[in-house]
Write a protein that binds this ligand. Sequence first.
Ligand SMILES: C[S@@+](CC[C@H](N)C(=O)[O-])C[C@H]1O[C@@H](n2cnc3c(N)ncnc32)[C@H](O)[C@@H]1O
Length: 263
Amino acid sequence: MKPQKADIDKVVKKLKQTKHYKHVCEETLARIATKELEKYKDIKLAVKESKEVLWKNYGAFRYKDYKNMLDKLKASKNLKDTIKGILLGHESTKEHAQIVDEFYKKVFKITGTPKSVLDLGAGLTPLTIPWMNLPKGAKYRAYDIDIEELAFLNEFFKLLKIDGQADTADLLCKVPKDKADLALLLKVLPPLEWQEKGSIKRVLENINAPTIIVTIPIKFLGLKGTTMPKSFEETLQKICENKNWPFQRIEFETEITYIIKKK
Ligand SMILES: C[S@@+](CC[C@H](N)C(=O)[O-])C[C@H]1O[C@@H](n2cnc3c(N)ncnc32)[C@H](O)[C@@H]1O
């Protein structure tokens, strides 16, 4: 039975009162609250289980010191060095920082440099724009579920004077409709698939870009001592094969990368 709206609101309100999840967008909190209420039919338990889901899929990647980061960026004399320092200082971005010098060079050599980018489940990936060498006037659209992080990204776009915009979008509720030359799904598909089996296919189908870059962190793949089954890659490959989407696989030191061409 579908939970009552009043009960969903109660769970959302409780989650919004927590230090960790008060900045998570309402549609994500309501989605998770609904699912946990369906399972447990009890407000207290649903709050507890929702926190668990949020921690695994979002809280573990959360950044805390946006003001400090922005101050550092504004005062920076060497933007790339400052950004690398920031990325190396966060558990969830330090792997990408290790490969960022070669990542876009290699990937864009294959795809061509995009004039518009759609960055889904963006996290701090927009901070790597200086490595992308995008052409003048390029458009960058970033989406995620954390309102505080998105506000920080909008400040960062202003600082870089690029045509950038960051907004909320829970990919398990809807995929943004923006058209772009290239979509980035960096390390974001595993948490989506964990939350909702089969969601990868729906997300990929609904992206309005001819080229999609997907990365998977190696340490989750079972390759470096881990939790994530290798079957994740098999699932991704099967989707591409069934859809007749050609793909190329590149292995970087910390991330497996798929370049998918949607026809
Ligand atoms: C492992 S982090 C990757 C962040 C960034 N793309 C990177 O490569 O560093 C996963 C990201 O997915 C976001 N996320 C989790 N669930 C999501 C959802 N349902 N819809 C959109 N983004 C989501 C998280 O907030 C987090 O920023």
